[in-house]
Design a binder for this molecule. Structure first.
Ligand code: C2E
Ligand code: MG
Ligand code: MG
Length: 443
């Protein structure tokens, strides 16, 4: 019992670790390489919850039998915990290429063994595996072999099911970089090393009517870090929740400050909201509190959501959007055209603005498919009573194409880059002075 898993009767972690120690010692003598397979079941946790633990146990027992049927007599199959299994294969080859080839053959045999669905009495279950593989050879250390197999397994998360992934040293360095960035980002949240830049949005008269709040990380060594380097990681690690809240609150404070300055008092401020952030039960209350605490006018705040939100529980999304809409806040649908919007759903959401993704704007005029998509988005948005804004407008030709097709609000380098609030105020002042000096104003 000390060395075996009670459910499947397989060796447990302690036993396979001992075996790996012996295998490494044998490899020192023979010079042969072996492999450690780390295996788990795709979506097992969800299945265990939805179907119950008894079904989960049946699956684990059947999987254990199938793994054993594929393994050679000299291999060891073990169960770590939950749906995590290991197979230790010794003497796979005298060099990495040969060992890799033989490990792949084993992977094929495992895949074949899973082709027949499992009979679970009530239904048939097609079980998909994820497999991480680390080759090993003396003088590797047991802990390193385990860690490398686990990293390889993690890598399969981004691939399709039934995938087998070998550890490669690049994974290690990427993993380390990711961990360093994550540690730094955690500190950045604690010490609030962020600031917000604001990028102008102009109307058909080229007057600034709004700004988009874009976060920057003021890194103590690397200077201003753009959001694409850290927002995806922040989303994975849930740090997006405190970061997103900070942006929301800071943008509201800025709105209130601008209320006192005539040139800025009418500016709409758009704030990007991540799906995870929106999904929080307390999100509506957070928006309300940010408005109340700052005293900002709700009608000047716009929240930018992305289409991926529509893949979530739509009733919940619509309900929350309506509550926020009742506060007076508006909504924009960011990066439109790149996601998976159901057009039928689009009409049911309280959205005020569609934002054409800059990947389409980039290719107009010229690329006919993007011209057609852009025209269609504009027509659809207007037809549904929404304002349509184009992002990433960089050239006069793009501007003209958009204007000729009925898109009247623009954001992009042609009209201004994201800048700090001070610089934005200075730019607005400068623009006003130029306007006053223009011949038509002097007449
Ligand atoms: P986004 O919301 O689509 O923001 C527009 C991005 O396009 C900004 O990049 C902006 O600087 C860039 N851009 C604007 N005009 C042009 C142009 O003419 N040409 C080109 N090539 N690019 C232009 P930025 O500031 O690097 O932000 C990137 C993304 O990071 C944003 O894309 C948004 O998805 C995310 N992000 C930024 N701030 C926040 C935030 O506070 N919260 C969340 N959740 N995401 C944020
Ligand atoms: Mg945006
Ligand atoms: Mg965008």
């Amino acid at each position: 019992m000390i060395f075996h898993d009670p459910l499947t009767g397989l060796p447990n972690r302690g036993l396979i670790q001992d075996r790996l120690t012996l295998a490494l010692a044998a490899s020192a003598g023979s010079g042969l390489l072996g492999a450690l397979f780390w295996i788990n079941i795709k979506n097992f946790r969800a299945l265990n919850i939805s179907e119950g633990h008894e079904t989960g146990d049946q699956i684990l027992m059947q999987l254990s039998a199938r793994l054993c049927s594929v393994a050679r007599d000299s291999d060891m199959v073990a169960r770590l915990w939950g749906d995590e299994f290991l197979i230790l294969l010794e003497a796979l080859g005298s060099n990495a290429a040969e060992a890799t080839h033989n490990a792949r053959l084993m992977g094929e045999r495992l895949r074949n063994a899973m082709l027949t669905p499992m009979d679970l009495h009530t239904y048939h279950y097609a079980c998909s595996l994820r497999i991480g593989v680390s080759l090993f050879q003396a003088p590797d250390k047991v802990a390193d072999v385990f860690r490398r197999a686990a990293l390889a397994l993690q890598e399969t998360a981004t691939q399709e099911a039934d995938s087998l992934c070998f550890f490669d040293p690049l994974m290690q360095s990427q993993h380390e970089q990711r961990n360093t960035l994550l540690a730094e980002l955690t500190k950045a949240v604690l010490w609030q090393q962020f600031c917000i830049y604001y990028q102008p949005q102009v109307d058909y008269r080229e007057q600034v009517v709004g700004v988009e709040a874009l976060i920057r990380w003021q890194h103590p060594l690397h200077g201003l870090v753009p959001p694409n380097t850290f927002i995806p990681l922040a989303e994975e690690a849930d740090l997006i929740l405190p970061i997103g809240l900070w942006v929301l609150r800071t943008a509201c404070v800025q709105l209130k400050l601008w209320e006192q300055k005539p040139l800025c008092s009418q500016l709409q401020v758009s704030v990007n909201v991540s799906v995870r952030q929106f999904q929080q039960p307390a999100f509506v209350a957070q928006v309300q509190a940010a408005l109340l605490d700052s005293g900002a006018k709700p009608e000047l705040l716009k929240l930018e959501l992305t289409e991926s939100l529509m893949l979530e529980n739509l009733d919940d999304v619509v309900g929350k959007m309506q509550q926020i809409r009742r506060l007076g806040v508006r909504f924009s649908l960011d990066d439109f055209g790149t996601g998976y919007s159901s057009l039928a759903h689009l009409a049911n959401l309280p959205i005020d603005q569609l934002k054409i993704d800059r990947s389409f704007v980039h290719n107009i005029p010229g690329k006919s498919s993007d011209e057609i998509i852009t025209r269609t988005i504009i027509a659809m948005g207007r037809g549904l009573g929404m304002e349509v804004i184009a992002e990433g407008v960089e050239t006069e030709a793009q501007h003209a194409f958009l204007a000729n097709n009925g898109c009247n609000v623009y954001q992009g380098y042609l009209f201004g880059r994201p800048v700090s609030p001070d610089v934005l105020e200075a730019l607005l002042l400068q623009a006003q002075r130029q306007l006053a000096l223009a011949p038509s104003a002097q007449e």
